[in-house]
Design a protein. Structure first.
Length: 747
């Protein structure tokens, strides 16, 4: 017998179901030979166990034909296909038909989704699957009804077999709760692969009402983000749930455990659960393996009215609530908690009904279906919970530098992009190549799964540009270079020079490559002297950040030490001449890269043991945080369409990524200097602006490309993914990562 579908260790519900069914049938019929054909969604496949005999690539139709040849050659007695539209290639999963047309054995297809209103392509595929399957298995009576009414499937072909579940004894929750360190809490649970269709936001919105009446309530959201969603959008949805919990004042009553748990771990979670909540949004969901497992374990269930829940929870075996109505979930949960007798009766009823769903019973029913299919067939021409804690850190997006690589050639990084395509017309600039080199140095210090030296090509290009930009005779950086490698000025802006010094100072201290460090030190020494006559506060700030890094490696350099004294004094005098109780800032206007002024003064004040400078840096940053926040608690950077003027208007748009990045950096610095957790939270808040926690609720970071949009307008995101914005995101991500897992300045 062969089983075809996704398979563990691939992380999806179909993979787990295929594994469990194959193992259950093997156990029920020891003399049978059971093996698996696994569907891969990635070219490299997975590290499959030995029962996987063949693999096919989801989008490669030829691999489906080769799989049919393998099945035929091995004289397979029965093929059991797991069907879900999303796991096979082609329109509506039509590649599967290439296999079904070629196999020469009875086919039993388990339909995990049965659509009442299919699209044209879905209807064609379903009709062909029904025609080429000898038997069809659905997990709910509603599925059988739709197969007959919508698709005209013969009743004789259809079998209703429940979703299998582990066989567990009926019992209490306290022992499992004690294992987790949550004894005495009332535990609500939702688990499975996380995505928008789960409706978890409704449950979180219901939580304040539950907590008011039952302060001991704790809601656990268990499961990894669906891999396809993760690749497309990153952790945007999970982050939105975390923000929602914070904004509703129930952050301390929600645990997000982002992992794909083993069967043993999952059973422990279920054992600690009082009430299982399934707030799904799709009424036409015909199968829910998570619901089946918790129900069969004898847990009380509060669920929305999707089809599988309506059947399973009928006759007092659970409470059904309307879709997207938090108050209904609140009422149902509280009814159980305030009527313990009702909850116990519900739990017992669910457990007794679940005995018909245990895998040994399900395997017996499948074997009967297999036997019917063969008889009628005519040959056609884990582990325990080490490290699991209630207060784990929220995860950061995974590193993806595809867009930066597309934006970079052997000269350096292009300034602008047209959507996701480099814009050659505007050439290159020192500002962005300095930022790019800073990013490479930070990422090299993070380490992790990325191979050492993985960014050498990028960092070499960026540093080569900086070296060429510095005019050794004048000591000034040029900024703009055309696409044909012609400098467009004899000297760039003071700010671009300051960024060049910052990058050189950082590289002298942190670059992995010895040659890079030596060149950075040389660039720093040549370029530092010019800053003495600068008047731009931001150029002073960027230079101070570079000096701080440089002196961590060369603490006795007298020129750098003297420059730090002068520039710190300049920033402090600026502060004293402008700041007041109602305007604690350095200038009459707060414009761009604002937090860098505060950050530079904090770092330099700490290094010089200048309490006045450190205090001014913290006060100015505190004020900046207070004015860059929406009423609901999201970060709102000062807009570039007018900025923020003393005694005048404040622009809310065009919001720029560089401002969010500066705030992340400054708040991380403040946290490192003060150890005050408020700064860690503010850094996270500013970082989440990139991910969609902003005025429009739209992400600027593109998880598919690794790029970042150029700004946030009143009605839209600027879809161009230029260098400044993309580097702003990635530098912020690197600094957030280093803040969570700090490493020495030199690795």
């Amino acid at each position: 017998m062969a089983f075809l579908g996704d398979y563990v260790p691939r992380r999806c519900g179909i993979a787990t179901f295929t594994r469990d069914l194959c193992e259950a049938v093997s156990t029920a019929v020891p003399e049978a030979e059971c093996y698996v054909g696994a569907v891969n969604d990635q070219a490299e496949g997975y590290n499959y166990p030995q029962e996987v005999r063949f693999e096919l690539l989801e989008k490669d139709i030829d691999s489906y034909r080769r799989a049919a040849d393998y099945l035929n050659f091995n004289n397979t007695g029965v093929l059991c296909v797991q069907h879900e539209f999303g796991i096979y290639g082609g329109p509506a999963g039509s590649h599967l038909l290439a296999l079904l047309k070629e196999v020469r054995m009875p086919v039993v297809t388990t339909l995990h989704t049965v659509l009442r209103e299919p699209g044209t392509a879905q209807r064609k595929v379903m009709d062909e699957i029904i025609r080429r399957s000898d038997r069809l298995v659905v997990m709910a009576r509603k599925g059988a009804e739709i197969l007959q009414e919508t698709y005209g499937a013969p009743k004789s072909k259809i079998h209703v077999i429940p979703h299998g579940i582990p066989d567990v004894p009926f019992g209490g929750t306290e022992a499992a709760k004690a294992q987790f360190g949550i004894a005495g809490r009332t535990v609500l649970l939702t688990f499975g692969l996380i995505g928008p269709g789960k409706g978890i936001e409704t449950a979180i919105q219901a939580l304040p009402g539950i907590v008011r009446r039952h302060p001991e309530a704790l809601y656990i959201v268990l499961g990894a983000t669906h891999p396809h969603l993760l690749a497309r959008e990153g952790e945007r949805y999970r982050s939105s749930l975390e923000w929602l919990a914070e904004e509703n004042g129930v952050k301390d009553h929600v645990i997000f455990d982002n992992r794909f748990v083993s069967p043993g771990d999952l059973q422990e979670f279920i054992s600690a659960t009082d009430i299982y909540v399934t707030p799904y949004l799709n009424r036409e969901q015909i199968t829910s393996g998570t619901l089946a497992q918790v129900f069969g374990a004898g847990r009380a269930v509060v669920s929305t009215h999707y089809w599988h829940a309506e059947e399973l929870l009928a006759e007092g075996r659970g409470i059904l609530v309307p879709f997207s109505q938090p108050e209904a979930i609140t009422g149902a949960v509280c009814e159980y908690l305030e009527r313990p007798g009702l909850m116990l009766r519900t739990q017992k009823a669910a457990w007794h009904a679940g005995r018909e769903m245990i895998w040994s019973a399900v395997a017996k029913q499948y074997m009967e279906v297999f036997q019917h299919a063969r008889a009628d067939y005519r040959v056609p021409s884990r582990t325990a919970f080490a490290g699991w804690t209630v207060g784990h850190k929220a995860e950061l997006p995974r590193l993806k530098l595809d867009h930066l690589r597309h934006m970079t050639d052997s000269t350096g990084i292009f300034q602008h992009a047209l959507y996701t395509v480099p814009d050659f017309q505007h050439g290159y600039c020192t500002d962005d190549n300095a930022r790019g080199f800073i990013l490479c140095c930070l990422r090299d210090n993070i380490g992790g799964s990325q191979p050492v030296g993985a960014l050498d090509d990028l960092s070499t290009s960026y540093l080569a540009f900086l070296s060429a930009a510095l005019d050794r005779e004048s000591g000034r950086f040029r900024n703009f270079m055309s696409f044909d490698r012609q400098w467009l000025e004899t000297a760039g802006s003071e700010d671009s020079h300051g960024r060049g010094i910052w990058a050189a100072g950082l590289g002298a201290a942190r670059a992995r490559n010895e040659g890079h460090r030596a060149l950075c030190a040389q660039i720093f020494d040549v370029g530092l002297a010019s800053v003495e006559g600068f008047t731009s506060p931001r150029a002073w700030a960027f230079t101070l950040l570079g000096i701080h890094e440089y002196l961590s490696q060369f603490p006795d350099n007298s020129a750098a030490k003297a420059a730090r004294e002068v520039l710190t004094g300049d920033l402090l005098r600026l502060w004293k001449g402008c700041a007041s109780d109602d305007w604690p800032w350095f200038e009459p206007g707060a414009t761009y890269d604002n937090a860098r002024l505060s950050q530079a003064l904090m770092i330099s004040g700490q290094a010089l043991q200048n309490e006045e400078a450190l205090d001014a840096g913290l006060k100015s940053l505190t004020w900046l945080v207070s004015i860059q926040k929406t009423p609901n608690g999201s970060f709102r950077p000062i807009g570039s369409e007018g900025f923020c003027i003393r005694d005048g208007a404040r622009a809310h748009f065009d919001q720029q990524p560089v401002e969010a990045q500066a705030m992340v950096s400054a708040c991380v610095t403040a946290y490192q200097l003060t150890n005050d957790a408020v700064w860690s939270r503010e850094a996270r808040r500013a970082f989440e602006w990139f991910l969609g926690r902003n005025d429009l609720g739209l992400p600027l970071y593109d998880a598919a490309t690794g790029g970042c949009a150029d700004g946030l307008h009143p009605d839209r995101v600027n879809q161009n993914q230029g260098a400044e914005s993309t580097l702003a995101f990635h530098i912020a991500l690197a600094e957030m990562t280093l803040a969570q897992y700090p490493l020495p300045a030199r690795v």
